[in-house]
Design a protein around this ligand. Structure first.
Ligand code: GDP
Length: 481
């Protein structure tokens, strides 16, 4: 449970930030999504496009000529890692262009935007500045909030029950067998505890592999340990409760203690120090990979999103949510990598995502946050073409597939462009939840290399994208009025 110390600390830190920011207002934008959803690519492209300012025609402050400039500012928080913007941009724009290193832990970067307000009450005073603090954090960490309200026994029962679900049972087999053999009432055997924990982590990781594309289960740090990899607070696993009350030196009691430590050392500080301070949030979702893996993956993604979104509810909610509730007033859901489909599918992709978050979105809306969903590509790695097939013209996408050693001889050379017909998303987005109409394997995706940039584009001008400007307009447009 949160306590008054947490509350006071949030208030004091907010006050300190206002003072050190020399009264320049600050917008804290959270960028999250499950692993490989596209957070790093999104933030890099967003910063680069805001700085270059020539490729965001639907971002109203720019279109109206009011955004005077954007520049990186000194890092405001010594205790927080800085988002490695320069390194990521170099990866994308260098001779050997490649995708940057994905998000592994929380990081932050500060941009300062200078703009001319257009509101009658403020326009007379001339140009103003606002700090934009972009906070990148793994979506897996949000899955941990409900743990604050769950005992070890409840969490264990839940995890064991989920592992028996048809989509997961095979993947969980090895860990479940080990768990069945373990005597939870016996004194702690450190080696067994580590084996159980590793097997549980391996099961969670396997669920996330592309062929299953099942979404995450808590604890979030088991998938994205950040700087806590190997720490004892991360060495536990669910166990069935023994019939008699377990002794304090038993495997069960020790696992329970580590679970509680995880909540105190890892979960609470994240929500208190970072999450509770966000103003705006974008949630990136790789819906295409889930669609390609089939309806189990889609249903599972829907569940994970719903759990993630519990964190954004405020008001008449359980106590843990209220204490760590945010004042986020706008949430954007974005289906990423839209450049894997021709433009005729972009609206459909946005609708599919809209359906996936429908329930959760209504709840957030009810609580006062404005929400929207759309499809985007933070970096457009493909262009479009057409091929004739059996008398019909099919829309294709053209790009350079990444070299993939695991394909052996069938690998692409990483240099030549190919045209790919990726299939089409259903006209009726509801059908993605129906088993018989599963899209498993019907869509074809490849991992394309980042786009080739000509010399002029490499030097200057914003990276190519799809609808990044619309996303920025929703997230920031009103703050620059
Ligand atoms: P993170 O784990 O959320 O930080 O994910 P990343 O931003 O590192 O993205 C993971 C991978 O998705 C990248 O390495 C790219 O292969 C791919 N990706 C992300 N964004 C885009 C995009 O806009 N277009 C394309 N074609 N691929 C993308």
């Amino acid at each position: 449970m949160a306590n008054w110390t947490d509350e006071t600390r949030i208030a004091l830190d907010n006050m300190r930030d206002s003072v050190t920011g020399l009264f320049v207002p600050t917008i804290r934008l959270g960028v999250t999504g499950l692993s490989r959803a596209g957070k790093t690519v999104f933030i890099t492209s967003m910063i680069q496009n805001l700085i270059e300012g020539d490729n965001l025609s639907l971002f109203a402050p720019l279109a109206e000529g009011r955004l005077i400039g954007a520049q990186l500012s000194p890092h405001p928080n010594a205790a927080m890692p800085r988002f490695a913007y320069e390194e990521h941009l170099k990866a994308l724009k260098g001779e050997d262009r490649h995708w940057p290193q994905s998000t592994r832990q929380i990081s932050q970067v500060r941009l300062t935007l200078k703009f001319q307000p257009d509101h009658w009450a403020t326009a007379w005073a001339g140009p103003r500045e606002v700090h934009l603090d972009i906070v990148d954090y793994p979506g897996e960490w949000l899955l941990d909030l409900p743990l604050l309200d769950k005992s070890y026994r409840e969490w264990s029962d839940d995890a064991l029950q989920k592992a028996h679900a048809p989509a997961r049972a095979n993947i969980a087999e090895e860990w479940l067998n080990l768990t069945l053999k373990a005597d939870a009432a016996a004194p702690l055997d450190e080696e067994l505890a580590t084996r159980l924990s590793n097997a549980f982590k391996a099961y969670l990781q396997a669920c996330r592999a592309d062929e299953h594309a099942l979404s995450a289960l808590p604890p979030g740090r088991f998938l994205m340990p950040g700087d806590m990899d190997g720490s004892p607070a991360l060495t536990f696993a669910p166990l069935p409760a023994p019939e008699a009350t377990p002794k304090s030196d038993s495997l069960y009691a020790q696992m329970e203690r580590r679970y509680e430590a995880y909540k105190n050392i890892v979960v609470r500080p994240f929500f208190r120090d970072h999450f509770a301070r966000l103003d705006r949030q974008i949630i990136l979702v790789d819906a295409l990979t889930a669609l390609n893996a089939g309806s189990d993956a889609v249903t599972d993604l829907e569940k994970a999103l719903s759990e993630i979104l519990t964190c954004f509810k405020t008001g008449n909610n359980p106590l843990w949510t209220r204490f760590f509730s945010t004042h986020i007033d706008k949430i954007l859901f974005a289906a990423t990598k839209a450049d894997h489909m021709p433009h005729t599918n972009h609206d459909r992709l946005g609708e599919v995502l809209g359906l996936l978050v429908k329930g959760a979105r209504q709840r957030a809306h009810y609580q006062g946050a404005e929400t929207q969903s759309m499809a985007l590509a933070a970096i457009r790695a493909t262009h479009e073409g057409e091929v004739e097939h059996e008398g019909k013209m099919l829309k294709t996408i053209i790009g350079t597939p990444q070299k993939d050693e695991s394909l052996g001889d069938k690998t692409y050379d990483g240099k030549s462009e190919i045209a790919l017909y990726p299939g089409n998303l259903p006209e009726n987005p509801d059908s993605i939840f129906e088993d018989e109409q599963s899209y498993k394997g019907k869509l074809k995706f490849l991992r394309f290399r980042p786009p080739v940039l000509d010399n002029a584009a490499r030097q200057k001008s914003g990276l190519p994208h799809i609808r990044l400007d619309r996303a920025l307009d929703f997230l920031l447009g009103d703050k620059l009025q």
